[in-house]
Design a protein around this ligand. Structure first.
Ligand code: FCB
Length: 443
């Protein structure tokens, strides 16, 4: 990929630059100081579930090394850090007693960030449900949505003045479709009807949590993070075009319509037929809470081919180590489409980045493809902003190489390399590039 140059100075003066991580992927310390097990702790013990047979017991040991990691953030010149709270760390059973030692960890992390003047952008749920709630039906049990609202209230009450932004969920699409649709993620269920019902309960839980947090003290801005893509038909055939429309409806509109239009998209409801969710009276009023921001995670577009085998995406810019097509143009296309369809609040790109088979050689990690990837996406993002999309920040996924869910440690997304034997952190060239990019943009 040819480098495309865009400078931080071209973005608004108060644009927020950051990196992102999530609790289960980096913290480790999976049973330390009273933490309860999560569905990912359980899922990792299922034979064959994680490609390299690994688990999150140690991960990047961030629980013990958070100071070093905050120092890294500070060296990178970022304004903000997006991370998630592990619900079972602060409430081991997902209801009842709070674990003060667990809250203590986030208290220290927030102090360390504040000391370095780095804004905290926190996600309440990045997929690690307390196993005790799973034992009672997990997200298939509507009661879990109420437990989530209790947890959200408590977090906002305690930390609401020390956190810039709180997101309820990260990528509920994944929880529903990968957790319950094809068993790739915890809790490992493959059942379409369950997955559709779970997506509804996740949306209800988002609405209840927003209401609860609005009632709690604290100035944090509140929103949700969705993974989104445009869906392009592989050819002009009717079948491919229909597939692309279905894909966009079931993935993007499925979460956006309830939040902004108090309904599910008709096309998706028709497609689901008898698998459509049970919706109670008043649910859309709960779900459609006003948002202070919407987080958008963008990695690729959906390439829709109804042929067997499907036509591969053209990928003129190549693919990443996840086999995801590199398609920066999809980002402005998506944002402009969303702007045309919905009354959007301010947006943040809450995740964007690429996996690469990185290795340390003579003390450095050369990852020019990642630098080109980020530059191309920033240039594309900048174009969308010039066309009127209100984007307030960008978070590079990820600060550190980490536990990439069912791929284990085999896929490296970090701009900082982690040696899992020694826990040594090494800045990749992309981290040095991001640091300099931000330093030059400094006002
Ligand atoms: C997103 C997840 C994040 C990470 C990236 C690569 O879907 O939110 O945790 O796994 O993909």
């Amino acid at each position: 990929m040819k480098p495309i140059s865009v400078s931080a100075r071209q973005f608004p003066g108060d644009f927020v630059w950051g990196t992102a991580t999530s609790a289960f992927q980096i913290e480790g310390a999976s049973s330390a100081d009273g933490k309860g097990p999560s569905i990912w702790d359980s899922f990792c013990t299922r034979p064959g579930a994680i490609k390299d047979g690994s688990d999150g017991k140690v991960a990047c040991d961030h629980y013990h090394r958070y100071r070093e990691d905050v120092d890294l953030l500070s060296d990178l010149n970022v304004d903000a850090y997006r991370f998630s709270m592990a619900w079972p760390r602060v409430q081991p059973c997902g209801k009842g007693a709070w674990n003060e030692a667990g809250f203590g960890f986030y208290d220290r992390l927030l102090d360390a960030l504040a000391e370095k003047r780095i804004d905290a952008h926190m996600t309440l749920y990045h997929w690690d449900l307390p196993q005790a709630l799973q034992d009672e039906g997990g997200w298939l049990n509507r009661d879990t949505a109420h437990r989530f609202a209790d947890y959200a209230y408590e977090v906002k009450r305690r930390f609401g003045d020390r956190i810039a932004a709180i997101a309820t969920h990260n990528e509920p699409w994944c929880t529903a479709n990968l957790g319950y649709g094809n068993a790739q993620f915890a809790p490992g269920v493959a059942d379409l009807k369950q997955s559709v019902q779970v997506s509804h309960h996740l949306l209800v839980s988002h609405g209840l949590a927003m209401q609860a947090m609005r009632a709690a003290p604290g100035s944090a801005r509140l929103g949700i993070v969705l993974n989104q893509w445009t869906a392009d038909p592989a050819t002009d055939s009717e079948a491919d075009r229909a597939l692309a429309e279905w894909e966009y409806a079931r993935s993007v509109q499925w979460f956006m319509d309830p939040i902004f239009k108090k309904r599910y998209p008709e096309l998706a409801l028709q497609g689901y037929g008898a698998d459509a969710p049970q919706v109670q009276a008043g649910d859309f009023d709960i779900i459609a809470q006003p948002l202070d921001f919407l987080g958008c995670n963008y990695y690729f577009r959906a390439w829709c081919s109804a042929e067997d085998p499907p036509r591969p995406a053209p990928a003129p810019l190549g693919t990443t180590d996840m086999d995801w097509e590199i398609y920066p143009e999809g980002l402005p296309e998506l944002l402009l489409k969303l702007k045309a369809e919905y009354p959007l609040p301010p947006l943040y790109i809450t995740e964007n980045g690429m996996a690469r088979a990185d290795a340390v050689e003579n003390g450095s990690v050369r990852d020019p493809e990642r630098i080109a990837f980020v530059q191309a996406h920033l240039a594309a993002l900048h174009r969308a902003m010039c066309e009127g999309v209100d984007v307030r920040g960008y978070f590079l996924w990820s600060l550190l190489d980490n536990f990439e869910w069912n791929s284990g440690y085999a896929k490296r997304f970090g701009i900082v390399h982690v040696d899992y034997q020694t826990q040594r952190r090494t800045l990749k060239d992309s981290a040095r590039w991001y640091r300099d990019f931000l330093a030059h943009g400094a006002r």
